[in-house]
Design a protein around this ligand. Structure first.
Ligand code: 5GP
Length: 191
């Protein structure tokens, strides 16, 4: 998506450790007009899919998912980071290793909000090694629901997550795929 690539080129900064900082428009301050255009694009790409729910993970996926959901007219469910244990069996739970914080989080989704009848579109801001998506896929699997596809704003194509997800045969639509980026020169190359 040209609009997103241009914005990343204009306002994104490359940090050490393969981190692309886009906090002025994507995951801290948020450009809602841009999110709307992203929503239009995914609605077009997934037009043939009977999506009933959008699933994301807190925190940075929530803003994008909410704006995008206006183009699908379905609810948004977000996996919550939590410290409480699943003692009463009312939640689906999994662990997600955070790329940016190098920590492992327990995340949960209430069994009330994803059922076997659901057709899920997963939305997130970044795809790096694929840990966040694997966690979300596990939750959808536990629920017995169907994954229709995954929409990612920025895929870092030089990390392993994209190949991992595509090798499972899951439809992955990344709106910008970074082929390479250089923390010293600041250069960003898109696929
Ligand atoms: P993964 O689980 O695929 O390794 O990483 C995805 C998650 O890590 C995303 O939800 C995002 O929050 C965070 N993340 C990964 N790479 C980057 C990056 O380059 N920049 C930012 N801002 N977040 C990232």
């Amino acid at each position: 998506m040209k609009l997103l690539e241009e914005r990343i080129r204009k306002d994104g900064t490359v940090k050490a450790g393969n981190v692309l900082k886009v906090d002025s428009f994507l995951n801290h301050q948020m450009d809602i007009d841009l999110f709307n255009e992203m929503g239009k694009e995914w609605a077009h790409l997934f037009a043939d899919c009977p999506i009933t729910k959008i699933l994301t993970v807190e925190a940075s996926g929530i803003g994008i998912a909410c704006v995008v959901a206006q183009h699908f007219h379905v609810p948004v469910v977000f996996a919550k980071k939590t410290q409480s244990l699943n003692i009463d069996g009312e939640v689906y739970s999994t662990k997600i290793q955070s790329f940016t914080h190098k920590k492992v989080y327990d995340v949960i989704v209430s069994k009330k909000f994803i059922t076997p009848e659901d057709h899920i579109l997963i939305i997130d801001d970044f795809l790096a090694n694929g840990c966040a998506l694997e966690g979300l896929l596990e939750i959808v699997g536990e629920a017995g629901a169907t994954v229709e596809g995954i929409g990612i704003a920025v895929e870092k194509g030089f990390q392993k997550g994209g190949d991992l997800i595509r090798s499972k045969g899951i439809r992955l639509e990344s709106l910008a795929i970074v082929e390479s980026m250089d923390a010293e020169t600041g250069e960003i190359v898109f696929r």
